[in-house]
Design a protein around this ligand. Structure first.
Ligand code: GDP
Length: 392
């Protein structure tokens, strides 16, 4: 499907930038338009692929291009004040050619955390296309203020979008890496998963249209109904030769170019299980998921209807949902079969409850320290017997 992407704040901008890179590398054509919005000039300058004219600097009169310093209330305020400037950039998007909007932001900071729900609300008021959010939760080691920001933004963002797709940095962080190179890798992981998911509804040039191919409307229907979504992913390399499977036959592999061997079916069902039971973008209990979509991407000879049908059935049992869609996304020449599982409308998410609990504690702590610090400053500045008079 074709998306208009709006990256809000630093993380949002970088992730949308990465989606453009992915599109160029894979030819998947999912980003019909890309806009970056930020209150920090340096962050906008650091982007590589988003066109200059689509980079919008907001809040100049308030923060002079220096960002909002993790103050997401200020982030929301300046997004509201400068909504016309953001809209100016969105006006250049041929909205009749897009299937949906995707607003991307890190929820722990200031600009994206505060601004993403504001722009989502605005887009929903103006356009009939669905507005989805892609919200990134902070790592638990980032500290109280980031957790508090994320918890408040999450609550607001879910309300304002047609569906909030969540990625949790906490379950993806790797030790021993610099934050920057860590984020680069994490962003590639994000883009790979969501790239396959959204790419599925887009027929590539020269690609045969399989009968069971996933259509944009199936992605939209899975996401409709609102709530919070998470995505699972698994992949396996396969042999692809220009002689159409000759190599694997030669090697005695079960795979042939007919694509419906037991091996092909088993590979698909095992990839569906691995994707669902492995690391999700937002870890959660899969049982109780309202709707799900299964996408099998890869060379068409390695995709078969039987495997997808079995995977779909297994997913129905696993989630207890009666609304599980599935189909394929033929990508010849990729050299791998990938399975992406979208679990939409998940409700049993311990990580969110934990985030909220830590956020409440952080809020109480901040209030307490603020009260105490007023008293402490008072004690420090005024002399005990109040003999001194201020100048004015
Ligand atoms: P903003 O510019 O004020 O919106 O704030 P940032 O986007 O810099 O940071 C918000 C949060 O996003 C941070 O607390 C991190 O958890 C996360 N973050 C920042 N940069 C990246 C990134 O490149 N990738 C990912 N996945 N998360 C990021």
């Amino acid at each position: 499907m074709k998306l208009a992407m709006i990256g809000f704040g630093q993380a949002g901008g970088k992730i949308v930038d990465k989606f453009l890179e992915y599109d160029a590398e894979t030819g998947s054509n999912i980003v019909r338009a890309a806009v970056a919005v930020n209150s920090a000039k340096a962050d906008l300058m650091g982007l590589e692929n988003i066109p200059q004219e689509n980079r919008v600097l907001i809040g100049q009169s308030r923060v002079k291009g220096h960002g909002v310093g993790a103050d997401n209330e200020l982030g929301a305020e300046i997004a509201e004040e400068d909504i016309d400037e953001i809209q100016g950039s969105i006006d250049s998007i041929p909205v009749h050619e897009v299937d949906a909007f995707l607003v991307v932001a890190g929820l722990g900071g200031g600009t994206g955390s505060g601004g993403a729900p504001v722009i989502a609300k605005h887009l929903k008021r103006i356009y009939t296309e669905p507005v989805y959010g892609l919200g990134v939760l902070p790592g638990s080691d980032e500290g109280g203020i980031y957790t508090l920001n994320a918890a408040r933004s999450f609550q607001t963002f879910v309300r304002e979008v047609d569906n909030l797709l969540v990625f949790d940095n906490d379950s993806w962080r790797q030790t021993g890496e610099s934050v920057q190179s860590g984020y680069d890798e994490i962003n590639s992981e994000i883009v790979r998963r969501f790239g396959i998911l959204f790419g599925a509804g887009e027929v590539r040039e020269g690609q045969e249209v399989a009968e069971s191919v996933v259509d944009s409307s199936e992605i939209i229907n899975t996401l409709s109904g609102g709530g919070v979504s998470t995505v699972g992913f698994a992949e396996e390399e396969v042999e692809e030769s220009s002689t159409g499977g000759l190599l694997s036959r030669f090697r005695g592999s079960e795979d042939t170019d007919t694509g419906d061997t037991a091996h092909t079916t088993n590979r698909i069902t095992s990839l569906v299980r691995k994707a669902t039971l492995g690391r999700l973008t937002l870890p959660c209990e899969t049982e109780g998921t309202e709707r799900a979509l299964l996408v099998l991407a890869g060379p068409s000879k390695y995709l078969n209807r039987k495997g997808i049908e079995r995977g779909r059935k297994w997913l129905e049992e696993q989630t207890g949902s009666m609304e599980v869609r599935g189909g394929d996304y033929p990508i010849d020449g990729s050299g791998r079969v990938s399975s992406v599982v979208l679990l939409a409308g998940v409700t049993n998410v311990p990580r969110i409850k934990e985030l909220q609990q830590v956020a409440i504690e952080a809020q109480e702590n901040i209030d307490e320290i603020r009260d105490e610090s007023e008293d402490n400053l008072d004690n420090l500045v005024s002399d005990d017997s109040e003999e001194l008079d201020s100048l004015f």
